[in-house]
Design a protein around this ligand. Structure first.
Ligand code: SAH
Length: 236
């Protein structure tokens, strides 16, 4: 495996270190567990997942990949961190999730190997951990079939997102370990939409993801100033 392509070894190590707690809903991964039903419903609102060939890029321990497989999709999860992938595989075995498999491969390499192979490509909470996110966007676009869907989520870059996603989430509320996110790697929606367009994708919808620290609940909204998701269509 070639991790020199487009991966930060320190980022991968961070996720590997915590991997054994991935499926503990009260662990560092609580935010991913909490947002998963929201993003799953949002995706399924664009494209019914049953019977679809789905790729989850940067799948980690498989929270989203597993839930899409449980909706009847045939899911491949890929990541470059070995331990989260092992945890994902073990979870699938224990939970008896059919039709999900996992592979350690770079998205760019998979795009060269099997272009236009997937009805749906998801890439959630991953772009902000990668040295060249536009290369990931291009690879995701190449992996989608014509007429297929590509979904991204990441974190906006502005003073509010610094305050909420780093100061608030990591230091005040301690929802995430300190150092989980680096401000400079956050991505403005306009930047992401630009990379999508350059990759031949039509960005069709954007949604914000908000958090209330009092109720400890997340919800989707029109406010994309901190966490947000983008739905793209590859022209048929
Ligand atoms: N997408 C999952 C996990 C998000 S955590 C979810 O939303 O539930 C971020 C994941 O991105 C980690 O599993 C990390 O190992 C992975 N990652 C970071 N850099 C990567 C890269 N260059 N290629 C593939 N995966 C990467």
């Amino acid at each position: 495996m070639d991790t020199t392509t487009n991966a930060d070894p320190q980022e991968l190590a961070k996720f590997s270190e915590l991997a054994h707690r991935w499926w503990d809903p009260d662990s560092e991964f609580r935010p991913l567990h909490q947002i998963n039903p929201l993003r799953l419903e949002w995706i399924a609102g664009f494209v019914p997942l049953s019977g679809k060939r789905v790729l989850d890029v940067g799948c980690g321990g498989g929270i989203l990949a597993d839930s899409m497989a449980r909706r009847g999709a045939d899911v491949l999860g890929i990541d470059l961190a070995a331990k989260p992938l092992k945890v994902a595989q073990l979870h699938a075995m224990e939970a008896g999730t059919a039709s999900v498999s996992y592979r350690e491969v770079a998205v760019e390499a998979l795009a060269a190997e099997s272009p236009a192979a997937f009805d749906v490509v998801t890439c959630m909470e991953m772009l902000e951990h990668v040295p060249d996110p536009s290369s990931v966007v291009r690879a995701c676009a190449a992996l989608a079939k014509p007429g297929g869907w590509v979904f991204f989520s990441t974190i906006n870059r502005n003073p509010k997102s610094f305050l909420f996603a780093i100061v608030g989430a990591e230091h005040v509320l301690q929802l995430l370990p300190k150092g989980t996110h680096e401000f400079a790697r956050f991505i403005r929606p306009s930047e992401l939409v630009g990379w999508c367009r350059e990759a031949g994708l039509d960005a069709t919808a954007t949604r914000g993801l908000e958090y209330n620290p009092i109720t400890r609940r997340y919800w989707l909204s029109a406010d994309t100033s901190v966490n947000y998701l983008i739905a793209c269509r590859k022209p048929g």
